[in-house]
Design a protein. Structure first.
Length: 127
């Protein structure tokens, strides 16, 4: 940890750049004037991101009576908060390139899922 702080203070710490798609989506989500159509358009600019969003929207966690095949329908089903979390998680997951990083990532996802479940159970869900 001390090494990390030293690198941060000296300016030698190289942090990854946020991909353009992630930045676009963040901008849309943070804009109070934006619509779900704007968000869908931002997601559609990246085929990998769009495929991931469709996959999650059709997963058992979010699946309704009908399968979604369009990004606008997936965005509507998931909502802005879930889309933002998915996009950030997808980006961060790509940073875990070794076994230790992947293990830490899995633990973080599990902790987040448990926290969401406990929050919903205690009616602390903000969505």
């Amino acid at each position: 940890m001390a090494k990390l702080l030293d690198q941060l203070e000296s300016g030698d710490l190289m942090l990854p750049k946020i991909p353009v798609t992630v930045k676009k989506i963040m901008d849309v989500v943070e804009d109070p004037e934006s619509t779900l159509k704007d968000l869908a358009s931002a997601v559609e600019t990246d085929p990998v991101c769009a495929g991931y969003i469709l996959k999650v929207a059709n997963s058992p966690l979010f699946y309704c009576a009908n399968k979604v095949a369009r990004i606008d329908a997936a965005v509507s089903r998931l909502g802005t908060d879930v889309i933002m979390n998915l996009v950030l998680c997808h980006f961060a997951a790509g940073l875990a390139t070794n076994a230790a990083g992947l293990a830490a990532w899995k633990r973080s996802l599990q902790a987040g899922a448990w926290a969401m479940a406990v929050g919903k159970h205690n009616r602390l869900d903000s969505t």
